[in-house]
Ligand binder design. Structure first.
Ligand SMILES: [Zn+2]
Length: 150
């Protein structure tokens, strides 16, 4: 399941990416017609708060919630979305690309000393080269997600 999140649900898009979903976030204003065409072409479900989406014969989820976590909860219910914690933090939250495993020795100059001592697994975004590792915010995120969908 792949998504397009328009301007009205950007933060929801980030949550989806953090959960390992392929979610393209549209950061500029685009007419709903254009978004619907893009969704259909790329086989993505359009997520929006724009009620005009109803005029288009595409797969979409129309949300009324304003808060990202509320939107997330609704979406999970609506689509029966599977949340696999193994997939959490496997994509770059900026580029929406799958992270690649990297060697600790290759990134050692770019990570904090404490992290170097406590962490073995490092990942890098193939596009923006940002380095990722699972640290305390990973556990906090997982707890938060569990809480929301429970
Ligand atoms: Zn990136």
């Amino acid at each position: 399941m792949k998504f397009i999140c328009d301007l009205t649900v950007q933060k929801l898009g980030r949550l989806l990416i953090l959960c390992g979903y392929d979610a393209k976030i549209i950061k500029t204003h685009k007419p709903i017609k254009e978004l619907s065409e893009e969704s259909a072409k790329e086989n993505r479900i359009l997520i929006t708060r724009n009620t005009r989406v109803k005029n288009y014969d595409i797969e979409y989820v129309l949300l009324i919630e304003q808060k990202p976590y509320h939107q997330f909860k609704r979406l999970v219910k609506k689509l029966n979305l599977e949340l696999n914690e193994e997939k959490f933090f496997t994509r770059c939250s900026v580029c929406n690309l799958e992270l690649e495993k990297t060697n600790k020795s290759d990134v050692s100059e770019k990570i904090p000393e404490l992290t170097k001592q406590n962490t073995e697994d490092f990942f890098v975004c193939p596009k923006c080269k940002k380095i990722y590792w699972k640290q305390s915010h990973y556990d906090m995120f997982r707890e938060k997600i569990r809480e929301i969908v429970s």
